[in-house]
Design a protein around this ligand. Structure first.
Ligand code: DQA
Length: 138
């Protein structure tokens, strides 16, 4: 299966960034372990702090990947352009958040992505990416 993981702004700093919210494990370490665990799957990983680069990646993988796991970071709450990109491609998208966005500040409770995504996983930390992958095999 072709699984494309796309992470947005500041998610490259997971492990160092607000560890009480996002945990102590680095994203790079986690992605490496994930690729090893699912070595039979084709997993691509892309991270950018730039909105347009994320859109380019959604368009690049969005007609060939089987699933996109998208953590758009703060763009979740602001970006109509990323929501439009999700709508524009064929590949279904699962919205991921490490934290439970509904248990935080009010501005995080609105997601422009949830209405156009297949599902949302929020609040399970890095495990959320794994849960999304596991759901594909059921
Ligand atoms: C996040 C939640 C967002 O509100 C925040 O801006 C992030 C990370 C999460 O994974 O919990 O950067 O997407």
């Amino acid at each position: 299966m072709k699984i494309a993981i796309i992470n947005g702004p500041n998610l490259n700093l997971v492990g160092k960034r607000e560890p009480d919210i996002y945990g102590h494990r680095s994203m790079d370490d986690f992605i490496e372990a994930l690729k090893n665990k699912y070595a039979n799957q084709e997993i691509s990983y892309f991270q950018s702090n730039v909105e347009g680069e994320m859109i380019n990646e959604i368009q690049r993988v969005g007609f060939s990947a089987d699933i996109i796991l998208l953590n758009a970071g703060a763009y979740t709450h602001t970006s109509i352009a990323i929501a439009d990109a999700v709508k524009a491609v064929d590949t279904p998208v699962i919205e991921i958040h490490l934290s439970n966005i509904f248990a935080r500040e009010d501005f995080r409770k609105q997601s422009f992505l949830s209405p156009v995504c297949k599902a949302i996983i929020s609040g399970f930390g890095l495990k959320g990416y794994e849960m999304a992958i596991e759901s594909l095999f059921e």
